[in-house]
Design a protein. Structure first.
Length: 273
């Protein structure tokens, strides 16, 4: 794959227009299977070895239509870097992607960029649903795309977050029924954090630096907490006190992860607690 240093963002639009003109101006008639995919698609997620990777807001693919067996084009963004690719629609349900040029910007979410680039090549099976498409590799990994408007990312600050699962490495575990909806927290614009650990309420200072969130010492109420809520409280107390946490938001979902892989996911409420 050729690499272009810091190619202007306008390149993607220019290539898309050029590709569309080429595909539509060949004078061919008939039904083009590629036209079902023509246009822009927002990438929602990837599945790699059974693990789901949520896509950053910039991840997208635009297909130019092409007849079966003829080379079309795709342009897009891996989440940070722009790319081009040649696309041949083999049949109505398969296509073959040959990567082309890619920009060379340093990106924060390198694992997603790398995985997307690895999946979006070779022969892919197409599964279509209304407004959604899934591209599947021979190995069973997938790229999920949609034409539906993407939910804007909720802000980290001044949003009430309700903990809905705990992370351990690449595994997410739902909370026990007795603990669901019990733990919530808010990071305020003035650098304070407050909420519930599942049973006791807490207050702390919070520092946000880039994609890092660090809680200061927690001040809590003193109720005795047993069972599922007690277990959740001890887990969250340890997590919040473990040092800097990497945060990432996709739509209304927040992920907080410590250096060792422990973490949580939380959902945004409609209003600050």
């Amino acid at each position: 794959m050729r690499t272009l240093p810091l190619v202007p963002a306008a390149l993607v639009a220019v290539l898309a227009l050029s590709a569309t003109a080429t595909a539509c101006g060949d004078g061919a008639g008939g039904t083009d299977p590629g036209r079902a995919l023509a246009g822009p698609w927002s990438v929602r997620s990837l599945t790699v070895d059974g693990k789901t990777l949520a896509a950053p807001a910039a991840a997208q693919v635009t297909f130019a239509p092409a007849r079966t067996g003829h080379e079309g084009r795709a342009t897009g963004n891996y989440g940070c870097n722009g790319f081009t690719a040649a696309v041949v629609f083999d049949t109505g349900s398969t296509l073959t992607v040959k990567p082309g040029d890619v920009t060379d910007t340093a990106c924060a979410d390198l694992p997603f960029e790398t995985a997307f680039a690895q999946l979006f090549q070779g022969r892919l099976t197409v599964r279509e649903e209304p407004q959604d498409v899934t591209l599947k590799t021979a190995g069973g990994d997938t790229i999920s795309m949609s034409t539906r408007p993407r939910t804007p990312d909720a802000p980290l600050v001044d949003t009430s977050w309700t903990v809905d699962s705990l992370l351990d490495g690449g595994t997410a575990s739902s909370l026990p029924a007795a603990a669901r909806g019990k733990a919530r927290f808010t990071v305020a614009a003035d650098g304070s954090a407050s909420g519930s650990l599942g049973c006791n309420r807490f207050n702390a200072r919070a520092t946000v630096e880039g994609d890092s969130l660090t809680f200061g010492p927690l001040t809590t109420t003193r109720m005795a907490c047993e069972g599922a809520v007690g277990d959740l409280e001890r887990t969250l107390t340890g997590l919040f006190g473990s040092g800097p946490l990497r945060w990432k938001i996709n739509g209304d979902a927040l992920g907080l992860t410590a250096a060792g892989g422990k973490g949580l996911t939380a959902a945004a409420a409609t209003a600050v607690e």
